[in-house]
Design a protein around this ligand. Structure first.
Ligand SMILES: N[C@@H](CCC(=O)N[C@@H](CS)C(=O)NCC(=O)O)C(=O)O
Length: 202
């Protein structure tokens, strides 16, 4: 069984959803309950996946590891389709995620309220532009992956919820809203959110 270190609602939720899509059993461990987590991951972040004793870090690397290992159609095996799927995963993990991470950084580090408001607005604007890119990609398809949700769709569906934590207005285009709602209502997604809540309440 896989072990997955998580923080509630964090990017590790996408890892859990994908594990469930792959039909894998997973034990989730709340990083907040783990003393000395830096001994497991020196940068202190989740997700961390433990597979038969091997400790894996970095969300995109974990995602591609799992999809390849289980030969999932969520990641085509080669050619232009593989490259496009990988590009979407990296867009999610290395472009959209860091754009949202700025909101967390501002909330934690900027104390002057007027300055904070201005920087929040600027960060939200850069996030909105990225969602515009997603909206145009979805002009001819339901999901980034085509007819079915891809790993990138799942990752974006997790990140899209983060704007609610801050005093920012991040709107989504109509097709993006449909994609996000469809992914967030997948049984694997609903179950993963519930599993996190159960673990936090324990
Ligand atoms: N590059 C890392 C970044 C992961 C990351 O920023 N994780 C956040 C949650 S979404 C986290 O653990 N934040 C808490 C912390 O860094 O202490 C990855 O993709 O795995």
């Amino acid at each position: 069984m896989y072990e997955l270190y998580f923080l509630p609602g964090a990017c590790s939720l996408a890892t859990q959803v994908v594990l469930r899509e792959l039909g894998q059993e997973v034990k989730i461990i709340n990083r907040q309950q783990v003393e000395g987590f830096e001994a497991i991951n020196p940068i202190g972040s989740v997700p961390v996946l433990v597979d038969d004793g091997a400790v894996l870090t970095e969300g995109a690397a974990i995602m591609t590891y799992l999809l390849k290992k289980h030969r999932s159609p969520l990641l085509p095996s080669g050619g232009a389709e593989y490259q496009a799927a990988l590009q979407d995963i990296m867009f999610a993990n290395a472009t959209m995620h860091p754009a949202y991470s700025k909101l967390f950084f501002i909330a934690q580090n900027v104390t002057d309220e007027k300055t904070k408001r201005g920087i929040f607005d600027a960060a939200a604007e850069s996030i909105r532009k990225l969602w515009d890119v997603v909206e145009s990609k979805l002009s001819d398809r339901q999901y980034l992956g085509g007819d079915h949700p891809s790993a990138a769709d799942i990752m974006l569906a997790v990140y899209s919820r983060w704007g609610d934590y801050f005093p920012v207005d991040i709107s989504f285009g109509a097709r993006t809203r449909e994609m996000l709602a469809a992914v967030q209502s997948m049984p694997s997604f609903v179950r993963s959110v519930q599993a996190e809540q159960d673990e936090v309440a324990r």
